[in-house]
Write a protein that binds this ligand. Sequence first.
Ligand code: IPM
Ligand code: MN
Length: 365
Amino acid sequence: MTPLVAALAGDGIGPEVTTEALRVLDAVAARHELAVTVEHAPIGGAAMDAEGASFPARTQALVSRADAVLLGAVGGPRWDDPGAADRPERGLLALRRHLGTYANIRPVRALPIAAQFSPLKPERIAGVDLVVVRELTGGLYFGAKRRHVRPDGIEEASEDCTYTAPEVERVVRVAGRLARTRRGKVTSVDKANVLETSRLWRTVAARVMREEFPDLEYEVVLVDACAMHLVQRPSRFDVIVTENLFGDILTDEASVLAGSIGLLPSASLGDPRPGGTHPVGLYEPIHGSAPDLAGQGRANPIGAILSVAMMLRASFGHAAAAEAVEGAVEAALADGARTAELCLPGETPRSTRDVGEMVIARLRG
Ligand code: IPM
Ligand code: MN
């Protein structure tokens, strides 16, 4: 059966960058004789406008049938009412939960171009090649939330942070397997000096690493220290594995190392469906919806395009096609496929479409 890709463009710059990513997918599929079908459905604010819900039934039905999901971005000031019952971000969280994509893989590599645009000194970012494996379906994001006015009249809000041992085990396994294909080092990040969930995380992670990955180098770093090391000595990291909220924060920080958040892809993987061979995957650039850039052709589509490369590798087992996309992106960047945030004063930025075109032109058969 032809694999099915669900395309959920979402809000802001989401539609522009997914359009280019899908054009690259089309081009690489044709060259590698890989048939894929693409079907579109709404998510986030666009879905709230069109169907009255951030993750509507139609979208749920599509992603349940799909072999992979490509997402643009969600959110924007139009839907920012803190009192609203639904929010674009809720749609994304519900999608992650629905798919069971518990391991969010965010690679950060300092491409040659990064040296010019990273706020860090070139010698600091030289050799940076790390991957954050962020737990994606647990922790504070999904804990029970409460908000009320106390009898003394003071407003109070709280949410629970919960992790189970199996939830920690499975994501640490993803990190261990990934490290075996790389430089063989895993760093587990927690806040075990304060949080009970982190103490469980640390115990379980150590056991999994000892029993199942004794061949790997393993270390534990507190999240505050990790935030510091990421700017002081980022090249010491290979694979970082951490819980949901820490991973959210650390990956925005780490993205600065690459020169632009617009360059960075991500894959969120779950277990294969019954009878399936490849994990269910959700692929998205790590940047947000950037409402101020929307509709102007100024967004960098490379994060979305590289997300397609991750899809080809992880969901379709097609390493050659993935490498073709990655190679084309590097060649296009070297040839000046740069949107505004990657231009020096006086350089003319390329449009979102131009960058897509330049990547397609450099795809090899
Ligand atoms: C991300 C985003 C999301 C998150 C938001 C949009 C809900 O920041 O993918 O990192 O916090 O997970
Ligand atoms: Mn984030």
